[in-house]
Design a binder for this molecule. Structure first.
Ligand SMILES: [Zn+2]
Length: 283
């Protein structure tokens, strides 16, 4: 959906609904064309065994009036199979990384007209380098590492909502912060995820260069893939410093993005329940 940005300010379109992929399908598609589409897609997909089991719970009910489930394959590479983009920082790797970024920041200080040798700035390039490495530590982590020891068999059928988790991220277009809150909900299907792991998933994806739309989708997909629930819902509200500090028109407006998968997408009542339970207060 609206996740390809070429223009400076397209990242501020809001609200954006990201309704996707492995639970979902267009309800207007006829069963016949659905089959054709699926066959076509499966010819080039790399789909993990986990994802082959993901099911759309209400698609068939709506289309055929029958209470059968249909497997719907997902087009993206597996989130759980994703490798870390950056080597985990051992002491020597870290030192090399910090000194390379430090040199870059020295150049930047000169380029903006500053005197990098004046007292107040002497240690700034190194401090800024260390800060940037911290702000992007999500590149060293994978979702598999985060969730692998925290998936539990549980007969719970009720909605699980973790609300207003803090997010601090960097906009990939300007490399300045955007920050806010995320609420996450899911409907278990015999498995639950340790509650603290939801915040950890949010942390891994947000400590990277991001656009809010992709961040929202990635959180939903990671949870869907990890525990194959009946549905996942994610809503994110953020303030973007690139919008506020650059004096763009919609100063101080919060950008809202959401991803609804499975029953959250198909069933308005379930979605409504989540939006009430997970409501993000003004910040
Ligand atoms: Zn930006």
């Amino acid at each position: 959906m609206a996740s390809q940005q070429s223009d400076d300010d397209t990242c501020f379109e809001s609200p954006v609904n990201i309704n996707r992929r492995f639970f979902s399908s267009s309800l207007s598609t006829s069963p016949k064309s659905m089959t054709a589409k699926r066959n076509h897609e499966s010819s080039y997909d790399t789909v993990s065994p986990l994802l082959r089991q993901l099911k759309s719970t209400s698609l068939s009910v709506q289309e055929n009036g029958e209470n059968e489930r249909s497997v719907h394959l997902r087009r993206r590479p597996s989130v759980l199979d994703e490798k870390a983009l950056r080597e985990a920082d051992t002491q020597s790797v870290r030192e090399q990384r910090i000194s390379a970024i430090t040199r870059s920041y020295e150049g930047i200080l000169g380029s903006i007209g500053e005197d990098p040798s004046r007292q107040g700035l002497l240690k700034t390039p190194k401090r800024a380098a260390e800060a940037l490495v911290f702000f992007t530590k999500g590149y060293e982590q994978t979702i598999r590492d985060v969730v692998s020891d925290a998936i539990f068999d549980e007969e719970c059928e009720n909605m699980v909502v973790v609300k207003e988790i803090d997010i601090y991220s960097l906009c990939e277009h300007h490399m300045v912060p955007f920050f806010g809150k995320v609420s996450v909900g899911y409907l278990p299907n015999k498995r639950v995820l340790g509650l603290s792991k939801i915040a950890r998933i949010v942390e891994v994806f947000s400590r990277r260069l991001q656009v809010q739309e992709r961040l929202t989708r990635q959180i939903a997909e990671a949870i869907a893939e990890a525990i194959e629930p009946r549905g996942v819902a994610v809503i994110v509200e953020c303030l973007h410093m690139c919008m506020i500090m650059r004096g763009a028109e919609k100063v101080n407006s919060r950008t809202t993005t959401s991803a609804m998968l499975g029953v959250f997408r198909e069933d308005p009542k379930t979605r409504e329940e989540f939006l009430t339970l997970g409501r993000i207060k003004p910040f």
